[in-house]
Design a protein around this ligand. Sequence first.
Ligand code: GLP
Length: 258
Amino acid sequence: MHNNYIKNTILNRPTTFTNGEQASTYTANKIAELIRQKQKEGKPAVLGLATGNTPKLVYKELIRLHREEDLSFHNVVSFNLDEYYPIGTDHHLSYTYFMAEQLFNHVDIKKQNVHVPHSDFSQDRIAQFCIEYEQKIACFGGLDIQLLGIGRNGHIGFNEPGSDFDSKTRLVNLHPLTREDAAPEFGELHDVPHQAISIGIHTIMQAKNILLLALGERKSEIMSKALHGEITNQVPASILQTMPHVEYVLDNEAARLI
Ligand code: GLP
């Protein structure tokens, strides 16, 4: 695929750390700085949050900062990237459950400020839900910071290979590799949902700052493609190469091929 995208090869150098703990602490501090800065300005801090194994230590560090260093979440408004479809919000593998367990139950965020795509309703209501999700993000002035992980196929959120770069929140079909990677958690492949609701690539790109965190050897190959490969929607994260406000935070293992 030929395209006219301009890469930001100088700006998009990754910040690398010896291990995942250091990378996560760095990432948590970036988020905490933003929250505190917005508090000084008397404004909300609008966070785009991610699920998966990768951000777990970031959330753990944010909880520590809340408990031990007075970091308050009273001004935080959060929007999560995605959710399986269909899945009940009280299902232990739903992202609503994940976020409550990993972060929200342990900090002073206001319940009404938490947004995770809901997916326990019928297909005919999804389009409207997605429009409203986008409107709510816009209502708060857009995302101040978007935290991202990356799938082994280059997905960001659940924007799978082939997703349009101008996509917005919508129902998506999960890629076979994504389902395969989720199978151990669900018990078996058969139980992994085939679809999800995901905010779009356009929505992500509109965030004022983006932090992409990648940890471990299993992300090294895709990080090399995402950072230095062709900009193509077959590797959704590759579009971030064009953007000046993206920081890639990697541990040495994920950065091995870079
Ligand atoms: C899921 C999530 C993504 C996440 C990815 C990577 O598919 N929807 O937002 O980045 O998994 O997961 P992990 O961090 O567990 O490798």
